[in-house]
Every structure is written in structure tokens, then in C-alpha cells.
Design a protein around this ligand. Structure first.
Ligand code: XMP
Length: 506
């Protein structure tokens, strides 16, 4: 495997993704906690950083202890750090270079540039530049404004590159990484979803033995794929619980339960609608509603889990972005990101946690799901918030409002699928607004609710743009909703991006 040492760059996760796309397993570790470099580790990559190597308190590592053992590739800050520590010089650039640049020269014999043409585009993002290389290093590529775009140490497999091969705007960046991984480090590109499944199931068998595992399912991709892997390892000893909180989409509970059963999962559906509605009664503040829903979920789950004798483990669908330790480059402390999965079970349950997906990115989770033949209707599902329609009904929640919103949402989502638009948007849904407006139907004046439709494109939900859905489609769905859903006489479409808006309205 490959170790990526994180100095806090926004692109560190991208390096890991590219490496994995090349079927090589890698892990990200913060610069302050580098693991022992044993024989399994074939190479190390140093990430970029928001810091400057010229700052006194910039993050540093003991480079010699790495280069005495394995090949090393420094990217951006990583390259500058290498150059500086080994006796070169790094200065603030006179012209800061951000964005597109073109390779103007490369040394022909260099292995990491194998197959990469001069004239190809690379992506720069740096305020410092290497003005002098260490005596035993030489330039292997340049651009117009950056003489030292890449360098290598004369007699060692140590490379520095100033541009970012991990971003897609570096035309042949992936090839460069592949050259490093395969030709320099000697990695075999065998880390596939099939091998991941095989390895994980074997490990789970070993880890869990005859123990029982309880797991809350949500209908979402992560918890479903995690459950299937555990199921493959221990079969009926996995007890799944799927709670109907009364805030799911129309028919969602029945349909998802059916597909879980179809997959052979031992799953119990628990109808707890009334408990949730009771807990939500009269609440209007979004955070208060979230808390009430979260607490009720834990109560219901806890009750059910206690009905299972001798359960020892809690299964969770945690994925890699949730567990990567985010480095704080402004201080020595290292914190772990909190995530808002099912989580937060009371301590007294004393369950050990099993998280079979904690090494995967979202696209990796889908690949694994495909490798074990899970159906597309689970794998391609849009994300859906844990509190469900509870945060899409603005203000207080009643069973009747849920029913209205379920109908509206159904026409919207169904329409997206019918028009082949569902897979083009990242998430979609409807919001029931606490607003009444005047309308006219036939000869009658109406005074009914307004709903807002929201559909966004995004990669990870952190930023998002409103989806530019065809007018014809929006018009048709709007008509369907107003003609069929009693209590709604006006439909609007949300055209806000995130930021400054958020995806959900609450
Ligand atoms: P926002 O509204 O913050 O949403 O732009 C980003 C993503 O997070 C989801 N979301 C939640 N998911 N519990 C969840 O499990 C929540 O309380 C919650 N709030 C927002 C939202 O659906 C979107 O995918």
C-alpha cells in the first residue's frame, strides 16, 4: 500500500481517490502521526498544504527516515519541503501561479513523465516557488513561469512536483501518479472491489466469529452496503432494524423493507410513527425537531436492540471521509471529524462498533455494492436526511402535513425518474412551506399551501448548485401536483446555490 502524508491541503483526499482509482490501496495519515514504514508500504506521497515552508511554524516531518526506506513523491508544499530540507531554497513567487499552466520542457528519460507529452496542461496552485534545488537534485520538467515544475534526486527515487497531478485539470496527472506507483514503487494494480469484498468478508468472519451484530438501516447506500458485507460474513447473526419514523417518502418503508428482504437480510421493520409525531408535537425550531427525532430514534432502536439476546456489536455504515483525521495545521492538535450517521447510542449498551466501509469513499461504496450485485434502486439512491421530511415541513409537523408532502414529493421524484433526470441530479425533494396563498380552481377561490421543489447538482453536498431542470418538465410536475394534491395550490422552484443557501430549508 501507499501512505499519503497530509499537510492539510484541500486536495489530499483527491490524491487518495486517484491512487485508489488506479487500483492501489492507500491511506491518508496526518503529518504528525506517520505510521511505522513496514514492508507492506511501497511508497509515500507528501500532500500540499495551505502553509508556506518559509513560515517558522509550518508542518515538518523527518524526511530522511522515509527516503531511507521507500520512494517518495512530494506534491506542491511536499515538493517544496523536500527541496528546502535537503538544502535547496524556496522563495515567495514574484508572480503567484494559480490554475492552468503548460509543460514546456521535460527530460526524456524520466520515468514519472513517461507517456506525458510536452505541451500538456498541468494545474498549479502555489504562492511559493523553488528557486534553488539541493546540489544532488535536477530539474525534470518546467513550465513557462516555473522553472522547477518537477525535480528528482540524482541517485534516489525521490521526486518533487510543483503542480497538482491529482486534479482532473492536470491532463495527464493520473498517468504521472500511475508511473510513480507502478514503475517506481512497484505496486501491482490489484486492489479492486472484488478483492476488497473478499478481504473484508474474511476479516469480518475472523473478527465477529459467532457474535451477534445489531445494525440500524436507513435505506441509504452506506448502511445497506455495510449490512450486506456483514451479512455475507455472519448471515443470520446480523440483526437489522429499520425504523419507520413517519417521516419517510411515500411507500418508502414498505419498498425498502421488501428489497432488504429480497437481499436475504434478517431485518425487522418497526413502525414507530406515533412515537415520533408525539415527540414532535408543537415543535417548530429546526434544531429542536432534529433533537427530538434523534432522541426518539435512539429510544426505539435501543428498545429493539435489547430484545436481541447477547448482542455484542453495533454495525455502522461509516465511510472514509468520516474517519480521516483532519489535520489542524495551525496547531499541534489533531481532531477527528464528527459525522451525523445513526450514531450516538447510549454508552450503557456497551457495544463494540464494526464499520466495514470505513476505508472507502462514496464511489468506492457503490462499486462494492455493484460487485456484490446489489440492485441499482439502492445503489443509485439520492441521499436523504436522517430527520427526513421532518426538516422539509417548515414549522410544526402533523401527520396530515406529512401526507401532503409525501404526495408532492412522490410526483416530483417519480417525474424525475420518468424523464431520465433522476441520475443527473445529486439530491431532490420538496419543502412544504408554512405559507398559504390565494388561487383559483374552476370558479372557486382557493387558499392553500405553497410547496417549493429543490434539486441540486453536487459532488459531496458541501457545495451545490441548483439543477437546471427543463422548463417543460417543471411545468408538467407543477400541474400534476396542483391538480392531484389536495391542499396545495402553488409550486415554486428553488434557484439558490449552496453557499450561501443550504440544500435543506431547515
Ligand atoms: P445542507 O442542508 O446542510 O445539507 O446543505 C447537506 C446534506 O446533508 C443532509 N442533511 C442531513 N442529513 N441529518 C442527516 O442525516 C441532518 O440533520 C441533516 N441535515 C441536512 C442534506 O439532506 C444534504 O444531503
Amino acid at each position: 500500500k501507499i501512505i499519503i502524508i497530509d499537510f492539510g491541503s484541500q486536495y489530499t483526499q483527491l490524491i487518495a481517490r486517484r491512487v485508489r482509482e488506479l487500483n492501489v490501496y492507500c491511506e491518508i495519515h496526518p503529518f504528525s502521526k506517520i505510521p511505522e514504514l513496514d514492508e507492506n508500504i511501497k511508497g509515500v506521497i507528501l500532500s500540499g498544504s495551505p502553509c508556506s515552508v518559509r513560515d517558522e511554524d509550518s508542518p515538518r516531518i523527518d524526511v530522511d527516515s522515509i527516503i531511507s526506506k521507500v520512494p517518495l513523491l512530494g506534491v506542491c508544499y511536499g515538493a517544496q519541503l523536500l527541496a528546502q530540507i535537503k538544502g535547496g531554497n524556496v522563495q515567495a513567487s514574484t508572480t503567484r501561479e494559480y490554475g492552468r499552466a503548460i509543460l514546456t520542457e521535460k527530460s526524456e528519460d524520466n520515468v514519472i513523465f513517461k507517456g506525458i507529452p510536452v505541451d500538456s496542461q498541468v494545474w498549479m496552485s502555489h504562492g511559493d516557488t523553488i528557486t534553488q534545488l539541493p546540489g544532488n537534485a535536477h530539474i525534470i520538467a518546467s513550465t513557462d513561469s516555473v522553472k522547477v515544475a518537477a525535480f528528482k534526486f540524482d541517485d534516489a527515487n525521490i521526486f518533487g512536483i510543483q503542480f497538482h497531478p491529482e486534479v482532473t485539470h492536470s491532463e495527464h496527472g493520473k498517468l504521472l501518479l500511475q508511473n510513480f506507483l507502478v514503475d517506481v514503487c512497484g505496486c501491482s494494480q490489484t486492489w479492486t472491489s472484488d478483492s476488497f469484498v473478499e478481504m473484508t468478508v474474511a476479516e469480518l468472519k475472523e473478527q465477529l466469529g459467532d457474535d451477534k451484530v445489531v445494525m440500524g438501516l436507513s435505506g441509504g447506500v452506506d448502511s445497506s452496503v455495510a449490512a450486506m458485507l456483514i451479512h455475507k460474513a455472519i448471515g443470520k447473526n446480523l440483526y437489522c432494524i429499520f425504523v419507520d419514523n413517519g417521516l419517510l417518502r411515500k411507500h418508502e418503508f414498505e419498498e425498502v423493507l421488501e428489497s432488504y428482504k429480497g437481499l436475504g437480510l434478517n431485518v425487522k421493520g418497526v413502525n414507530a410513527k406515533d412515537k415520533f409525531y408525539a415527540a414532535l408535537n408543537g415543535l417548530t425550531d429546526p434544531e429542536a425537531k432534529r433533537k427530538a427525532i434523534g432522541k426518539t430514534f435512539i429510544d426505539v432502536f435501543d428498545d429493539e436492540a435489547h430484545k436481541i439476546q447477547d448482542v455484542k456489536w453495533l454495525g455502522q455504515g461509516t465511510i472514509y471521509p468520516d474517519v480521516i483525521e483532519s489535520v489542524s495545521v495551525k496547531g499541534p492538535s489533531v481532531t477527528i471529524k464528527s459525522h451525523h450517521n445513526v450514531g450516538g447510542l447510549p454508552d450503557y449498551m456497551k457495544l463494540k462498533v464494526v464499520e466495514p466501509l470505513k476505508l472507502l469513499f462514496k464511489d468506492g461504496v457503490r462499486d462494492v455494492g455493484r460487485a456484490i450485485h446489489m440492485p441499482d434502486n439502492i445503489l443509485q439512491r439520492h441521499p436523504f436526511p436522517g430527520p427526513g421530511l421532518g426538516i422539509r415541513i417548515l414549522g410544526d409537523i402533523t401527520a396530515e402535513k406529512v401526507r401532503i408532502l409525501q404526495e408532492v414529493d412522490y410526483y416530483f421524484i417519480h417525474g424525475l425518474k420518468e424523464y431520465g433526470l433522476y441520475d443527473q441530479v445529486w439530491q431532490a425533494g420538496a419543502m412544504l412551506l408554512p405559507v398559504q396563498s390565494v388561487g383559483v380552481m374552476g370558479d372557486e377561490r382557493t387558499y392553500e399551501s405553497v410547496v417549493a421543489l429543490r434539486a441540486v447538482t453536487s459532488v459531496d453536498g458541501m457545495t451545490a448548485d441548483w439543477a437546471h431542470l427543463p422548463y417543460e418538465f417543471l411545468g408538467k410536475v407543477s400541474n400534476q401536483i396542483i391538480n392531484n394534491v389536495k391542499g396545495v395550490n402553488r409550486v415554486v422552484y428553488d434557484i439558490s446555490s449552496k453557499p450561501p443557501a443550504t440544500i435543506e430549508w431547515e
